[in-house]
Design a protein around this ligand. Sequence first.
Ligand SMILES: Nc1ncnc2c1ncn2[C@@H]1O[C@H](COP(=O)(O)OP(=O)(O)O)[C@@H](O)[C@H]1O
Ligand SMILES: CC(C)(COP(=O)(O)O)[C@@H](O)C(=O)NCCC(=O)O
Ligand SMILES: [K+]
Length: 258
Amino acid sequence: MLLAIDCGNTNTVFSIWDGEKFLCTLRTSTHHARTADAYFTWYSTLINHYGIDADITDVIISSTVPRVVFNLRVFADRFFNCRPLVVGKPDCKLPVTPRVDQGTQPGPDRLANAVAAYERHGGNVVVVDFGTATNFDVVAEDGAYVGGVIAPGVNLSLEALHSGAAALPHVDISQPEKVIGTNTVGCIQSGVFWGYTGLIEGIIARIKTEYGAPMKVVGTGGLAPLFEQGDSLFDTIEDDLTMHGLTVIHKHNKEQGA
Ligand SMILES: Nc1ncnc2c1ncn2[C@@H]1O[C@H](COP(=O)(O)OP(=O)(O)O)[C@@H](O)[C@H]1O
Ligand SMILES: CC(C)(COP(=O)(O)O)[C@@H](O)C(=O)NCCC(=O)O
Ligand SMILES: [K+]
């Protein structure tokens, strides 16, 4: 069985893939100082709690935080006796080589998203991934990741207002009833929610114009459903997109004899 690990700047997610389906998804906050032993204590407690019979033989890691990879490698080696595949490292092959400026290292989450989007939808896709940052990942007709857009994440924007302006409280994102807020919280929610809606609409429209061919738009990440306006922003929302990409990359490497 495969343990797929998607480590973002905010949260780290473990999913167990039995070759056909995910048996479970476990989430913890990302801390670079967490040790291999601490990962295992957390992991084994939850696996036992859910009564999952997991025989892990392989581990694949995508991490947008380089410093956590060392401890995750030790975790895989010590507890599953395996050498993990780490997306973005030279020994982890991708089905299609990214086409970006020389010297650019695209985020491994974006590479996994591109692989998943191609496998599910064929090429000509833009993925909108709501993480710590909000990424737009463009996937060409042949499945290559060809770049995109990085915007500040929704929660990062809310945090920035709170930390930069003495009179602005911490606010959770939600869709406000009105655009014209009549209290401070309503004003902030309006700025971030409608500002973000405009950002998503505007960037997708510009990407499509520049790309010059019809594109499918796939939303992913915890906040994607909040921004789904009827069906006008995304063609589909797929929460497991990055994880799915990791299973496809793992399969590809197995087939290549890695
Ligand atoms: N369903 C949700 N509702 C509200 N906030 C969410 C939800 N899912 C994730 N978040 C928040 O969105 C931000 C990005 O989360 P996540 O997708 O885990 O980021 P990353 O992959 O960068 O670690 C975090 O601040 C997280 O708390
Ligand atoms: C843009 C990101 C910070 C998003 O990471 P996340 O929000 O999921 O933590 C990550 O994909 C990253 O560090 N990228 C490297 C630069 C690039 O993709 O070009
Ligand atoms: K992510």
